[in-house]
Design a protein around this ligand. Structure first.
Ligand code: SIN
Length: 348
């Protein structure tokens, strides 16, 4: 009887042990699914946002800001994963990746959109914008909305325009001040018909090269010059190879922030609204931040002993404008003058 009693007690303890282990295992499983980091994971929406510039540039920083705002506004339901420096796709590949749905968001420069929609060439025309106010009015006004709208039929949701800044001219061995200074030189450009013609009108030889190859190409002395913004010149160290920088403000580098349209359409309405709100805030932030960053980094470049900065005078600028006049004629011949008049109209 004594032995039987002991056996019952042992079996009872094993039984209690098994129940306790099972309860704790279930709790562990629940913790795996619902702990703080993983809460709602099954319902989480992930957006891959690929871009080609450094993290500490106007586009890189705006992408981070947008990601933070989206996460805040959706309480973590939507997570934007930003891939900088072309680590996912180069600028020559990212548009196709977006259209295939391999990434959900990109922000290519205008020039890179012109291959898909030629009307976007308007934004590459030299001396189109006088100052940052002009830029803001066009980006947020009727022409901006019309250009973004053209993306729809290509399977793209155009979300906003972001700014980098005005482009400056850079030379490897000499300053580029008079139109004749460009004659016979080889220039790295973004893929864009307008930019290609701009350098040809100056007697130069333009070659389109994707952004991620520029540093290597400069190291190997493949180019005599290029155009870019102060923030790209500074963040990528281009000034080490092309130290003659003419502050010409002749063109504008801005971005079309876009999402794969089927992905956008698949999002619940309230999520679309939160993303749109985050985009509006990130865009306003980017407009202020990009201007300040370019100004700050221009001061940093002034500290570099090797860098020779030259500010283009009004007269010199007029001589460039005369050289570029055929670009406006050509644009008007192809697309009419309505859009150009609207852009210039608000200045009167
Ligand atoms: C970028 O800012 O996205 C790239 C600009 C360039 O290709 O020069």
């Amino acid at each position: 009887m004594g032995k039987l009693w002991k056996l019952w007690v042992l079996l009872l303890m094993i039984g209690i042990g098994l129940v306790a282990w099972n309860v704790s295992r279930q709790a562990d499983q629940e913790r795996i699914v619902y702990d703080d980091e993983q809460k709602g994971l099954q319902k989480q929406i992930i957006i891959y946002f690929s871009h080609v510039v450094a993290e500490n540039t106007p586009k890189g920083l705006a992408a981070q800001k947008f990601a933070e705002l989206v996460e805040q506004k959706t309480n973590g339901r939507v997570k934007v994963e930003v891939f900088a420096n072309g680590s996912l796709y180069s600028d020559g590949e990212e548009l196709d990746a977006l259209l295939r749905g391999d990434v959900q968001m990109i922000a290519p420069s205008f020039s890179k959109v012109t291959e898909l929609i030629p009307e976007w060439q308007v934004l590459d025309l030299p001396f189109l914008f006088r100052d940052d106010d002009d830029v803001r009015r066009v980006f947020t006004g009727k022409v901006g909305a019309e250009l973004l709208g053209m993306l729809e039929e290509k399977g793209i949701k155009g979300l906003a325009f972001w700014s980098n800044g005005f482009k400056q001219m850079m030379g490897t061995t000499r300053p580029l001040i008079e139109p004749d200074d460009f004659r016979g030189l080889r220039f790295r450009i973004m893929p864009s018909e307008v930019i290609d013609k701009q350098f040809r009108l100056l007697g130069g030889e333009p070659v389109a090269v994707s952004f991620d190859h520029v540093y290597r190409a400069l190291e190997q002395h493949e180019f005599d010059g290029q155009e870019n913004t102060i923030s790209n010149i500074y963040s990528k160290g281009f000034y080490k190879f092309q130290p003659y920088i003419t502050i010409s403000n002749h063109g504008y580098l801005g971005y079309a922030v876009m999402m794969n349209r089927s992905f956008w359409d698949s999002l619940p309405k309230e999520i679309q609204q939160k993303i749109a709100e985050a985009m509006t805030e990130a865009t306003q932030w980017n407009l202020r931040q990009s201007k300040a960053q370019n100004e700050r980094e221009l001061q940093q470049l002034k500290q570099q002993k090797s860098v020779q900065l030259y500010l283009l005078s009004e007269e010199e600028r007029k001589r460039w404008e005369q050289k570029f006049a055929p670009l406006y004629k050509e644009f008007t011949r192809q697309f009419g003058s309505r859009m150009l008049n609207e852009i210039k109209g608000f200045r009167e």
